[in-house]
Design a binder for this molecule. Structure first.
Ligand code: NAD
Length: 443
């Protein structure tokens, strides 16, 4: 089948590459000439494991191409995917400028029946606005080609996006038209062979499902972070508590890790956008507001612990950071906890020496050259001249370091672990102070 995808970011590129991999002919459209140039030169503008190989292979096979020309895209695909960003507006609601911009462009160029598939995360009612925008743009040029607008939210996780797309837990398709539902089923059939993962539902339920999923996951994290603060204050160990509750199958072990707050391009903005949706119908979203407030406070936790350990005298000190990306296996720095920590350290007059396996370039792009930030390309080099080490992202390669070597390099023998990745006794055995989240100090 012919598929067009608007937006060549994390979602658009993965969707495009995976749909091409199973034999479709995919044309990806983006307004960012730089991105399209990179893609047309066999590069990939983002880091996502496995993506580069998949793109290269499918480009070479002639099933995947990239352009900045929307008219070419609209002429190409029966399916027109919208996978553009929906950043938070000033009031926290989803900014639909890019989504509706694509809708307008589709209306301006459409020359026959099209299925417009909204993959961006958008508030309930957006499909209606997309349909209306296409209709208005068509009316302005005197055409009225038939269009079906489908909601097909994406649930992939950055860092495991290809696997998630290829073997989805579910594919949610929101449509009021049974025939369109069948066409989407056919498109997703190659990813749906073992079990029927395709769920066809009404459009509004599909739109809300995406927010419900992200809000539930964010709630689990904030719940555990709140509990970790209580555990610490009452002398309990949150890691023991985690195991104790995870063993209950109604709770489960997944996604109940305490830490220094959630970030990324989805949870923070989607929780906020759902709050705005609720407020728009005069419903007070107490739980969602608490989830956001707890997370906001948790993003300060590492700084508070570092500041306390140095009696508020951070000026002139150097703190080594391991991990910058909002989670492992991605270079995505959007709302990453490392950003809050670095900004607080800088405000206190400290310097940061940071190492991340892939996010250094993105960090440089965001902060530019500054004399209080040194990005190094080897993890132990971050410790050169540093007073302390803070773990912010739980990359696998940080899990089993040489603690004796860490001790030898640090001015003050202390490790602040924002992800609880070490055994406190093992760190202590190397003569290091170990400050983690919600755990009892080693006696
Ligand atoms: P992104 O910022 O990585 O990519 C968006 C792309 O859209 C950019 O390359 C931008 O240049 C392009 N774009 C903007 N306007 C355009 C236009 N008019 N025509 C063509 N391209 C245009 O965003 P992303 O992380 O891929 O997220 C896209 C959507 O998917 C968002 O709504 C997001 O909430 C949702 N989502 C993201 C993830 C994730 O893990 N990143 C997971 C599920 C859902």
């Amino acid at each position: 089948m012919n598929v067009t995808i608007f937006g060549s970011g994390y979602v658009g590129l993965v969707t495009g590459a995976c749909l091409a991999e199973v034999g479709n002919h995919v044309l990806c459209v983006d307004v960012d000439q730089r991105k399209i140039d990179i893609l047309n030169n066999d590069g990939v503008p983002i880091y996502e494991p496995g993506l580069e190989d998949l793109i290269r292979k499918n480009r070479a096979a002639g099933r995947l191409a990239f352009t900045t020309d929307p008219a070419q895209g609209i002429a190409h695909g029966l399916f027109q995917f919208i996978a553009v960003g929906t950043p938070p507006d000033e009031d926290g609601s989803a900014d639909l400028r890019h989504v509706l911009g694509v809708a307008r462009t589709i209306g301006e160029h459409i020359n026959g029946y099209r299925i417009v598939v909204d993959k961006s995360t958008v508030p309930v009612g957006t499909a209606d606005r997309v349909a209306e925008t296409i209709r208005e743009a068509q009316a302005a040029r005197g055409t009225q080609h038939e269009v079906d607008v489908v909601s097909n939210p994406e649930f992939l996780k950055e860092g495991a996006a290809i696997e998630d797309f290829m073997r989805p837990d579910r594919v949610v398709v929101g449509t009021d038209n049974p025939r369109t539902g069948e066409l989407l089923r056919a498109l997703y059939a190659p990813f749906n062979r073992n079990h029927d993962r395709v769920m066809v539902m009404d459009i509004r339920s599909a739109e809300l499902t995406k927010y419900a999923a992200n809000a539930m996951l964010a709630t689990k994290i904030s719940f555990m972070n709140e509990l970790s603060n209580i555990a610490e204050a009452v002398g309990a160990d949150i890691e023991q508590v985690r195991l104790g509750i995870g063993s209950d199958p109604r709770i489960g072990y997944q996604f109940i890790y305490p830490g220094c707050g959630y970030g990324g391009s989805c949870f923070p903005k989607d929780v906020r956008a759902l709050e705005r949706t609720a407020q728009g119908i005069d419903y007070r979203p107490d739980l969602l507001q608490a989830v956001e407030a707890v997370n906001d406070r948790q993003k300060d936790v590492l700084f508070r612990k570092i500041d306390a350990r140095f009696d508020g005298a951070l000026a002139g000190r150097t703190i080594a950071l391991w991990g910058l990306a909002f989670k492992p296996n991605t270079d995505d720095m959007r709302e990453a906890s490392s950003r809050r920590l670095m900004e607080q350290l800088w405000a206190a007059g400290a310097r940061v020496r940071a190492y991340d396996p892939v996010a250094a370039e993105e960090t440089r792009r965001i902060y530019g050259e500054r004399e209080d930030l040194t990005l190094v390309d080897e993890q132990m080099a971050a410790l050169d001249g540093a007073d302390a080490l803070a773990i912010v992202t739980e990359w696998a390669q940080f899990r089993s370091p040489d603690f004796d070597a860490i001790k030898a390099k640090l001015g003050t023998p202390v490790v602040f672990d924002g992800r609880n990745i070490y055994d406190p006794a093992q760190v202590a055995a190397a003569g290091l102070d170990y400050v983690s989240i919600g755990r009892r100090p080693v006696p």
